[in-house]
Design a protein around this ligand. Structure first.
Ligand code: 13P
Length: 263
């Protein structure tokens, strides 16, 4: 029988070994006590069962330290919701990637549509934020997704292609980068694309990554937008969906845990 060299497994085996990621983006929710209770509830669930996926929570900046103390020593990973491109300096209200590492984070979300819309962040800046994250050995979750008008005008694939091309830097690898497809119109609305629509976009993102990166097949691609315990199983079963980026349903232990166990 042929021996498998575990240092350098063939591509298909590495893909099979890809562990899905379920990430909770708490957005601007939870006071410190709620954040601690939520984190403690998840740590307790995870101590009892391994649902077969990696679990990440991204609290508001001010709760990162306290949540970090609760998840310390558990397999639950800690991330932030944004970072600045610079390491330090006169940037009132901003937080650098280095500060996030110092606070205990391993991940950072960049280019979320709420940052793109509310703070005018474009693809170039998002790519620079991802690079700032890589320099600090943080993994970047780079978000892309079309608006409802863009979908109705048949521009979804073109929009997502442009965002991926410009927001995912040349330095990206499957280790340091996760791409999240979040259709803007599905975020917080209770609307979700059909399985075919999600599949089409994820297949497209995979092809784009394959054309640019030799490990393109191994990047984790997350779906986000009104994911909940009722639809998670079906969405997470789609080829090229390697996890979820969950907003509202990540704020309740039972709902988020139920999504984790649907993997
Ligand atoms: P909802 O799950 O609340 O739709 O939010 C999705 C999202 O924006 C995660 O980043």
């Amino acid at each position: 029988m042929d021996m498998i060299n575990t240092d350098d497994p063939p591509n298909d085996l590495r893909v099979l070994a890809m562990r899905p990621l379920i990430a909770g983006n708490w957005k601007m929710n939870t006071l410190r006590a709620d954040a601690s209770a939520l984190a403690a509830g998840l740590v307790e669930q995870r101590a009892a069962i391994d649902p077969g996926c990696d679990i990440l929570i991204c609290p508001p900046f001010v709760s990162i330290r306290s949540v970090g103390e609760i998840v310390l020593g558990s397999p639950i990973k800690l991330g932030a919701q944004d970072c600045h491109v610079e390491v330090s300096g006169a940037h009132t209200g901003d937080v650098s990637a280095e500060m996030l590492v110092d606070a205990g984070c391993n991940f950072v979300i960049v280019g979320h549509s709420e940052r793109r819309t509310n703070h005018g962040e474009g693809d170039k800046l998002v790519g620079e934020k991802a690079k700032a994250a890589f320099i600090q050995s943080l993994s970047a979750i780079i978000c892309v997704g079309e608006s409802l008008d863009e979908r109705n005008e048949g521009k979804t694939l073109a929009v997502v292609e442009e965002q991926v091309s410009k927001s995912v830097p040349a330095e990206a690898t499957a280790e340091n980068t996760i791409v999240a497809y979040e259709p803007v119109w599905a975020i917080g609305t209770g609307l979700t694309p059909t399985i075919e629509q999600i599949s089409e976009v994820h297949d497209n993102i995979r092809s784009l990554l394959n054309s640019r990166f030799k490990d393109g097949e191994e990047f984790r691609l997350l779906y986000g937008g009104s994911m909940n315990p009722g639809n998670a199983g079906e969405i997470l079963a789609i080829k090229n969906v390697n996890g979820g980026l969950v907003g509202g349903a990540s704020l309740k232990v039972e709902d988020f845990w139920s999504i984790c166990t649907s993997v």
